[in-house]
Design a binder for this molecule. Structure first.
Ligand SMILES: [Ca+2]
Ligand SMILES: [Ca+2]
Length: 326
């Protein structure tokens, strides 16, 4: 540049600075895109890794259910109690932290059993649900509203029921289902239900096939047991629970023969001592992210064969039981 006049040297310098600036802008742009790409790939990788851990937890859970069935088969005594399902487990795994619990879905009241297969109200179950709602102090939703949600007629049940007429006057308007519940979160579609009542109910109600599932008295929650009669006091319920912890009922006859059950006048209809529907709920924490999976498992009591009925990654309140470390 020595031989160039001063003016031209200045132009060349400006050009160099301009090119340098341009290259820097491009480089920063490329760097940003690259880091975003690396972060996105990292997220996707962590997500699928967490999902694989959750699936592994489900498979392990299914093995436990099978082993449990095999044992019952050997003894020819099909009984499911709370022994294996009363706690949640925590387990550190490579790079992640796993929390999981079993839920016996037959320890809860099946929403779909509010209605019989012929479409009419199941009065015994309606009574049980009303007692459960009283027991849990559920105020923002009425049992009759649930009943009308499922039945496929348009006549409101009793005084508190509501049908399409009410739903269509809501903003936005919609219709009720007129069919069995498909998922427990449908409860949130019922007008005015509070989040607190919903969460409270989640632990005591289930969504299972209509007209074929018994309530397992060995795994029923305290509130569900109490819903079987209005003659059971708190202390009597505690006594019953203490008894079943010592020795679960082997069949429904021995449950019926219990003096406490007799004095409470419990109707043994839709009651049983074993379960076929379970939930395996898993929460994985990996790289500061939470990944959730709830698998609903059907274990056929006749042959022990298992089916995953569905998998749900959208549930929030998964781990509810006391934790034990493995
Ligand atoms: Ca109705
Ligand atoms: Ca209806």
């Amino acid at each position: 540049m020595k031989n160039l006049p001063k003016r031209q040297q200045g132009v060349a310098l400006m050009l160099v600075i301009f090119i340098f600036a341009l290259v820097s802008i491009l480089a920063v742009g490329m760097y940003n895109r690259q880091s975003l790409f690396i972060q996105t790939s990292g997220n996707v990788l962590a997500q699928s890794q967490a999902y694989e851990y959750a699936i592994a937890s489900e498979i392990y859970g299914r093995r436990l259910l099978k082993a449990d069935w095999d044992e019952d088969k050997e003894e020819n005594e099909f009984v499911d109690d709370l022994e294996q399902t009363s706690n949640s487990i925590i387990l550190p795994v490579e790079e992640a932290f796993l929390e999981a619990q079993f839920n016996d879905l037959q320890g809860r009241l099946n929403l779909n059993d509010l209605v019989l297969l012929d479409g009419t109200a199941n009065e015994l179950m309606v009574k049980r649900f009303k007692r459960l709602f009283d027991r849990l102090s559920i105020e923002t939703i009425k049992v009759d509203v649930l009943l009308d949600w499922i039945d496929d007629n348009q006549e409101p049940s009793n005084i508190e029921g509501i049908e399409d007429g009410e739903y269509l006057s809501l903003d936005p308007p919609y219709r009720n289902a007129g069919q069995p519940f498909k998922h427990v979160s449908e409860l949130l579609l019922l007008p005015n239900i509070s989040q607190a009542d919903y969460q409270n109910l989640l632990l005591h109600v289930s969504v299972l096939p209509q007209g074929r599932v018994n309530i397992n008295v060995n795994t029923a929650t305290k509130e569900v047991l109490q819903s079987l009669s209005d003659k059971l006091s708190d202390s009597q319920i505690e006594e019953l629970i203490g008894q079943r912890e010592n020795e679960p009922w082997k069949d429904i006859e021995s449950f019926k023969a219990d003096p406490l059950v007799q004095s409470a006048g419990i109707d043994d209809k839709y009651l049983g001592v074993y379960s076929e529907f379970f939930e395996i709920a898993t929460l994985i924490t990996l790289a500061d992210r939470k990944s959730r999976l709830v698998s609903v498992i059907y274990r056929n009591n006749k042959d022990g064969v298992m089916q995953v009925l569905f998998r749900d990654q959208g549930q929030k309140y998964l781990i509810t039981k006391d934790k034990i470390a493995l």
